[in-house]
Design a protein around this ligand. Structure first.
Ligand code: PBG
Length: 323
């Protein structure tokens, strides 16, 4: 009790603050999301996500090199196909934009971890994450498509697959399909607790994946639910997930913390598009200090328990961390 205890003693200088700092950030913590599109020499700015682009394969490779040189260990790829159809065929085409990018990146920066988002919504004409019949997203028939997509990414050379569709049983289905094809060493990072969130708004412009009718609330989680996240995570780990993800991050720090405390696998958190755009917009208006807000957000996600942070801020933050 005061005056014996004076917590300010440990805050007097930057050096002492460094000594007692509980959480630190490093470029090692980051995964950078990339949007790959068809064509050549395309680098199209995403209006609602300043600093992010839809890029063709040639430009993706250039960016991948830069990312690796900043000390960031991995990227996650999202594809914008030339043609969409009812079943999202380009998701599992060997010539798809993601498959081509994986090969091109692995050829030029072999050490960079190439992770792929496994989902149908960018590839389907209706924009939902699975097969649609009579206005409903069907669970079990979708699993087969996800298996094909994950396997095609593995054949192209992906280092890890990340299913984000929220169909029940997809981790088990994907694990079985990968193993059957001999990809027993490819880890699965599952979007285990993925909420039906308005924070994905800008991403849907970036990936051109907005649902054409309805919303995703019949498969993504209901934001008010906290305990249900633990059930989703437990199921995914049982089914064979190697890393589990909570998404979005900022409005769900309690969930990140619960998952970290309850399970002993690495925890990833997705600092999603809307969380990024809010900061960019306020900074453009001159209302906040961009870099300080960015670093504070990232450290908060780490402090909550994330081992891995998927973030559009990765290159900017890595530059600051490298000094
Ligand atoms: C695909 C997917 C989405 C995101 C990642 N994978 C969009 C969605 O579920 O609608 C969102 C990422 C972001 O907002 O940054 N299902």
């Amino acid at each position: 009790m005061f005056p014996t205890h004076r917590p300010r003693r440990l805050r007097g200088t930057e050096t002492i603050r460094r000594m007692v700092r509980e959480t630190t950030l490093s470029p090692d913590d980051f995964i950078y999301p990339l949007f790959v599109t068809y064509g050549r020499d395309v680098k199209k700015p995403i209006r609602s996500m300043p600093g992010c682009y839809q890029q063709s394969v040639d430009n993706i490779v250039r960016t991948a090199k830069e990312i690796f040189s900043l000390g960031i260990p991995g990227v996650i790829l999202f594809g914008i196909p030339e043609h969409k159809d009812e079943i999202g065929s380009e998701a599992f085409s060997p010539e798809g934009v993601v498959q081509q990018s994986i090969k091109a990146i692995k050829d030029s920066v072999p050490e960079l971890m190439v992770i792929t988002d496994v989902c149908m919504c960018e590839y389907t004409s209706h924009g939902h994450c699975g097969i649609v019949k009579d206005g409903e997203v069907l669970n079990d028939p979708t699993l087969e498509l996800l298996q094909k997509e994950a396997v095609s990414h593995a054949y192209a050379g992906a280092d890890m697959v990340a299913p984000s569709d929220m169909m029940d049983g997809r981790v088990k289905a994907i694990r079985e399909a990968l193993d059957r094809e001999g990809f027993t060493n490819i880890p699965i990072m599952s979007y285990a607790a993925k909420y039906a969130s308005a924070f994905y708004g800008p991403f849907r412009e970036a990936a051109e994946s907005a649902p054409q009718f309805g919303d995703r609330r019949s498969y993504q989680m209901d934001p008010p639910n906290r305990r249900e996240a633990l059930k989703e995570v437990a199921l995914d780990i049982e089914e064979g997930a190697d890393i589990v993800m909570v998404k979005p991050a900022l409005a769900y720090l309690d969930v990140i913390s619960d998952v970290k405390n309850m399970f002993d696998v690495p925890v990833a958190a997705y600092n999603v598009s809307g969380e990024y755009s809010l900061v960019k917009a306020a900074a453009e208006l001159g209302w906040i200090d961009h870099d300080r807000i960015m670093m504070e957000i990232l450290i908060s996600i780490k402090r909550a328990g994330a081992d891995i942070i998927l973030t559009y801020f990765a290159p900017e933050a890595a530059k600051i961390l490298q000094g």
